[in-house]
Ligand binder design. Structure first.
Ligand code: FES
Length: 156
């Protein structure tokens, strides 16, 4: 099997190995590092990670599909994750979701046709005190209004 992950990925894993008690414990960092490199975790990438860790690809998929931060299908350049759990809904998160769906004519879970934006709902981003909260890629936006979201999207 030809390796798709870069030399930099394997070097990073080599550096991390001594910090983890077992190879299996490296699974989450490996998924993070792979996703950083490829933006989503395709079945062949999951297989390559399984080979590196020394487990069955189904085990890697089980873990990757449990966490919403791992993308198991391609995402746009900007991946918007809007929290729609109780604190955020009470503070108007559904207006943020509706704004994006209407603007781009897509539903949550979909990507715009130009591959620029992917819209997702999240259960809780851990920013309940500053609801409504949204992540764009790795960045947080809190106390977000529709006007602020609109301005942010224009900047992107
Ligand atoms: S409920 Fe939205 S961040 Fe927790």
């Amino acid at each position: 099997m030809q390796k798709l992950l870069s030399e930099a990925f394997y070097l990073e894993m080599k550096k991390l190995e001594p910090k983890y008690p077992t190879r299996l414990a490296l699974l989450l960092p490996a998924l993070h590092a792979a996703q950083k490199e490829t933006s989503w975790l395709s079945p062949v990438i999951l297989e390559e990670i399984a080979k590196y860790i020394g487990i069955h690809p189904a085990q890697v998929r089980e873990v990757a599909s449990f966490y919403t931060m791992y993308n198991l299908k391609p995402v746009g350049k900007y991946h918007l994750k809007i929290c729609t759990n109780v604190a955020c809904i009470l503070r108007g998160a559904e207006h943020l979701v509706k704004y994006c769906e209407k603007k781009w004519n897509i539903q949550c879970g979909e990507t715009t046709s130009d591959k620029k934006f992917t819209l997702m709902e999240e259960e809780c981003l851990g920013a309940c005190g500053t609801a409504p909260a949204m992540m764009v890629n790795d960045d947080y936006y809190e106390n977000l209004s529709v006007e602020q979201l609109e301005a942010l999207i224009e900047r992107l």
